[in-house]
Design a protein around this ligand. Structure first.
Ligand code: ADP
Length: 336
């Protein structure tokens, strides 16, 4: 609704500019044309007066003068009519074109606002879920007259779990906001091998719990990048690879230098991603139905959006190929 009135206001503005120019030129044209006509009439009259001087046909001249004056009035009237007609056409065309242009101009702003609104709604929803769970548990326990220490501890443990979820969510939101806004993180020369090793250390426990093993083919490639954010990027990819893989499977980390780019692949043998989900998994809060059903309460769908921001910050690319029940392969390309 707000956008419809913005389209109309912008259109009115475009039409106003076009009409000011068009009316201004029409007036100038009208003035010049009627002056030209006037002058040519005067010139003809002067010629005729000279003729009269020689031939003395007074009546003929005054008839002729009258006729020329009528012609002049008619020509001025026609010109006025054409200019009004022309300006009306310009008005209609500029309105149509202006509306089209206004829609095009405001499209990115509309999309940004829609995505911002979706983001706020999703974030509020995710924040409310653990809060509601905590609230109802506390209420039930407070109503219990015979609440013993054991049940009270159970309640506290469960509340602590919800608080941890809230903590994770807010720290993911903060990271996302930081990477989206802070485009000027300190860049340095970093060895990708070290980055991968550091990221691995952060997910080692989860990998061991699921008895997942790694096969690596790492190379000595250096890039100009922000160390902490790159560690975060590969931690997200490795964390997902572990989360969405079956126990006892393998994860491959492959690295190569192609032209001026470092190409890093993280390949798993996990549950894979449906074709129609592939184009959305980098969206904020997007989780596939498959991952929701198999990994309840595990993640908020923010990891890959953060990964995408980090890759963008490094002027790189990230893409994914996947087959259901065969596995997924995330490829990160960073300028080396
Ligand atoms: P989450 O915290 O839910 O893992 P992400 O943004 O990291 O959020 O991932 C978004 C979604 O993409 C996940 O919910 C999951 O459905 C899918 N996904 C990401 N990585 C993989 C993977 N390696 N294998 C299968 N599905 C994946």
């Amino acid at each position: 609704m707000t956008f419809k009135s913005a389209y109309l206001k912008l259109t009115a503005f475009y039409v106003l500019i076009v009409m000011i120019i068009s009316v201004f030129f029409s007036l100038v044209l009208y003035r010049i044309s009627s002056n030209e006509l006037n002058q040519s009439l005067r010139q003809q009259m002067r010629n005729l007066q000279e003729l009269q001087f020689f031939e003395g046909s007074m009546n003929y001249i005054s008839d002729f003068e009258l006729m020329r004056l009528q012609q002049l009035a008619q020509a001025n009237h026609n010109l006025k009519y054409y200019l009004i007609y022309f300006n009306s056409v310009i008005f209609v065309v500029s309105f149509g074109l202006g509306y089209f242009l206004a829609k095009r101009t405001l499209k990115p702003i509309r999309q940004m606002m829609e995505s911002q609104n979706r983001f706020t709604a999703d974030a509020s929803h995710e924040l409310r879920t653990p809060l509601t769970a905590m609230k109802s548990e506390i209420e039930v326990n407070l109503r219990d007259q015979n609440l013993n220490l054991e049940n009270a501890k159970k309640l506290l443990r469960s509340n602590l779990e919800e608080v941890e979820k809230l903590e994770n969510l807010s720290s993911s939101l903060l990271k996302l906001a930081n990477y989206e806004n802070n485009k000027n993180l300190a860049m340095e020369n970093v060895a990708l091998e070290d980055i991968i090793a550091e990221s691995y250390l952060r997910v080692e426990r989860q990998a061991k719990e699921k008895q997942i093993t790694f096969e690596n083919d790492l190379k000595n490639i250096k890039i100009n990048g922000n160390r902490d954010s790159l560690i975060q990027l590969f931690k997200i990819l490795l964390d997902n690879a572990i989360k969405y893989s079956k126990p006892n499977s393998k994860i491959f980390i492959l690295m190569d230098k192609i032209g001026n780019d470092a190409v890093i692949k993280v390949r798993d043998q996990g549950m894979g991603i449906e074709e129609e989900d592939l184009k959305h998994i980098f969206d904020r809060f997007y989780r596939t139905d498959l991952s929701r059903s198999k990994n309840k309460n595990n993640g908020y769908g923010l990891g890959l959006s953060i990964a995408m921001q980090i890759v963008k910050m490094h002027k790189g690319k990230i893409n994914v190929e996947s087959q259901i029940n065969q596995g997924s392969e995330f490829t990160v390309i960073l300028p080396a």
